[in-house]
Design a protein around this ligand. Structure first.
Ligand code: SF4
Ligand code: FES
Length: 247
């Protein structure tokens, strides 16, 4: 038999078009059957109780990255978070930190996308255009497996303590994306292009607090990339000074 338990959803409300109304919580009582996700419950609240509630979603299956938010104090995708898994009859929902609120749980992702765009997130070639696709060996593909899993949900961006004090820091996802292309056997961008992140706004700004690892729903582990990029930059510098070979 399917059972339904009653929950109170407390959702942060704010509308940037009405700045005179300060952020506040609205409460909704709703019965939820076991197995239902936070996102499915939000859709029900919006459709059945309050049509003014705003949040983002699309795939409903942890693929598109649009539904990240803070759920009972922890950043996660609402479409993969089951209401019952919190062991609490009160569920508190807040928008991603470090990004301005547009409305309710919808944040302005522009700073996140700007940082992403800065790293040229596509394969760059120096060689002439290939006539057919460039194959990768299994081992070559394995080198980028972890980074390729990123769904650009910005959970790591919201969790990053450096971004909370310095909005000019590139952030974990953008740095992990650079490493994804540096490691890609098909990419031929010069290591010189890493000079742009060889500073406190780039790889050296990270506090290595590991919050991005906790927040990432896809185990991308951006800090692994940041540490990897630091090593690559140090080797690049050694090569420039001493003529050493980069491996
Ligand atoms: S690295 Fe993880 S948390 Fe960050 S945007 Fe990609 S999937 Fe989301
Ligand atoms: S709705 Fe696509 S990741 Fe949650």
């Amino acid at each position: 038999m399917i059972t339904a338990n009653e929950y109170t959803f407390k959702i942060l409300r704010y509308d940037m078009k009405q700045p005179e109304v300060r952020p506040h919580f609205s409460s909704y009582r709703i019965k939820v059957i076991s197995g239902l996700t936070v996102l499915m419950t939000l859709l029900r609240i919006r459709d059945e109780i309050d049509g003014t509630l705003s949040f983002r979603s699309s795939c409903r299956s942890a693929v598109c990255g649009s539904c990240a938010m803070v759920i009972n104090g922890k950043i996660d995708l609402s479409c993969r978070s089951q209401v019952a898994s919190f062991g609490d009859s009160t569920i508190i929902l807040e928008p991603l930190p470090n990004l301005d609120i547009i409305k309710d749980l919808v944040v302005d992702m522009t700073p996140f996308w700007n940082m992403y765009e800065k790293v040229n997130p596509y394969i760059i070639r120096k060689s002439s255009e290939p006539e057919k696709e460039i194959h990768q060996s299994e081992d070559e593909r394995k080198r980028i497996d972890q980074n390729v899993n990123c769904i650009l949900c910005a959970s790591c961006y919201g969790a990053c303590p450096v971004l909370s004090r310095d909005p000019d820091y590139m952030g974990p996802a953008a740095l992990a994306k650079i490493e994804r292309f540096i490691l890609d056997s098909r990419d031929e961008r010069p290591l010189q292009s890493l000079e742009g992140i060889n500073n406190e706004k780039g790889v050296w700004g990270c506090d290595t607090m590991l919050r991005c690892i906790d927040a990432c729903p896809k185990d991308v582990r951006p800090i692994d990339s940041i540490v990897g990029l630091r090593k690559t930059l140090l080797k690049y510098k050694a090569k420039k000074i001493f003529g050493m070979t980069i491996k």
